[in-house]
Design a protein around this ligand. Structure first.
Ligand SMILES: *Cc1c(COP(=O)(O)O)cnc(C)c1O
Length: 392
């Protein structure tokens, strides 16, 4: 039984689906009809696996964090996605999607980005494949995230500012969708998380599932058992968490912990804790939990960490949380900052601010001394140094 995988209609329980305007229907339908066949082709798998190994640097290590383990009096392993090329898990997905785009005969790639991390991962694979790359980014985010804008341009991408609305991620996504409607034949839209209309959440989860595939044999080597007791991951849209959970979702002995950003506090009005504050609705083409007003206007989320600053969660996570399969924990900016410093000083690893939320969850959850806990170290903190130094 695969209770937590997507069904044939694109749903996870009551969440998911493909709620797209009619103009977008052919693009999404082409993808839905072709993605599984292409992903199962031997030549696709070979090219994907070769690039993950030689270009991304996989497998990423599974590291027993001895000092953290001692402090918490348990056994903590870190899955080192921070060591991937471009510094986070996002490249696993962009490599997969660009190989798929090539096989669909596409020559032009578009993407949306908030903090710029997904934009950089997309610009990277476009340079690698010699494809045209246009990244939509909110005008305000372009100012806030200047180093990532430079990285994208350095690799030959065009960064187009989204000038509408609040000039952030939501508006960049709207611009990208508009572009896709106008260029249905030659363009593929690379979405950066397990969000959007079916088949995106499933496709992205499958590309990221390499994380838990490796965890299984790595844990077996370390502990003699391929299952941990607990897996902890931060959730923005939910792609790194989906990858870390994927091969364990039907194994109910493995506890799944989903860590959201509480911003200034869940009740502060400045938060991104969607599972607590969200209600059922449709955002970016899927039915899920999202932060909205009574009349369905999206509430601007807030988190110090740009990668968790999203008003929804992917439909898979809505389903995991609503059915009780995953435990949701919310962590404030302050708690995440403290955890980032603690991890840096205990292990000599500076985590991304997003990832620091996952570390902070150790102070909130129940666990036992003998437990084997895996924290998915989704990315490195170089990009967040300007924020960290303000709190030194
Ligand atoms: C983008 C990002 C996230 C949040 O995205 P998910 O899709 O929820 O994984 C988390 N950590 C890092 C390092 C990121 O760059």
């Amino acid at each position: 039984m695969q209770e937590y995988k997507v069904d044939r209609r694109g749903y996870y329980g009551e969440f998911g689906g493909a709620y797209v305007p009619e103009m977008l229907y052919p693009n999404v339908e082409e993808l839905r009809n072709r993605y599984l066949d292409i992903m199962h082709e031997t030549s696709f798998q070979k090219e994907f696996q070769d690039l993950l190994k030689d270009y991304v640097g996989r497998p990423s290590p599974l590291y027993l964090a001895k000092r953290l383990s001692k402090h918490y009096n348990t056994n903590i392993f870190l899955k080192r996605e921070d060591l991937n090329h471009t510094g986070a898990h996002k490249i696993n997905n962009t490599i997969g999607q660009i190989l798929l785009a090539k096989r669909l005969g596409k020559t032009r790639i578009i993407a949306e980005t908030g903090a710029g991390q997904h934009g950089v991962a997309t610009a990277t694979v476009c340079a690698l494949m010699g494809m045209e790359c246009i990244v939509y980014m909110g005008a305000i985010d372009i100012e806030r995230q200047a180093p990532n804008v430079s990285r994208m341009k350095m690799m030959g991408a065009t960064v187009r500012p989204a000038m509408s609305g609040s000039q952030t991620l939501k508006d960049a996504t709207n611009e990208a969708i508009r572009d896709w409607i106008n260029n249905p034949v030659d363009t593929h839209y690379i979405i950066g998380s397990v969000v959007g209309p079916h088949p995106y959440p499933d496709m992205v989860a499958r590309f990221q599932s390499v994380i838990s595939e490796e965890m299984k044999w790595q844990l077996k080597e370390h502990t003699g058992n391929e299952n941990p007791d607990i897996i902890i991951a931060c959730v923005g849209g939910g792609s790194n968490a989906a990858g870390a959970y994927y091969h364990y979702m039907d194994d109910k002995d493995v506890r799944l912990v989903a860590v959201e950003a509480a911003g200034l506090g869940v009740d502060s009005g400045e938060s991104a804790a969607t599972s607590v504050l969200g209600s059922r609705g449709i955002i970016h083409g899927s039915r899920t939990l999202l932060m909205q007003t009574k009349d369905g206007q999206i509430i601007e989320p807030y988190s110090l960490s740009a990668g968790l600053d999203y008003p929804g969660i992917g439909p898979l996570h809505a389903h995991l949380i609503e059915t009780g399969r995953a435990e949701a924990v919310s962590i404030t900016d302050k708690e995440a900052l403290d955890a980032a410093f603690f991890c840096s000083r205990q292990e000599g690893i500076i985590p991304a601010l997003e990832t620091a939320h996952a570390f902070a969850a150790m102070d909130k959850i129940k666990y036992k001394k003998d437990d084997i806990i895996v924290i998915n170290l989704s990315g490195r903190g170089d990009k967040d140094l300007a924020t960290f130094v303000k709190h030194l």
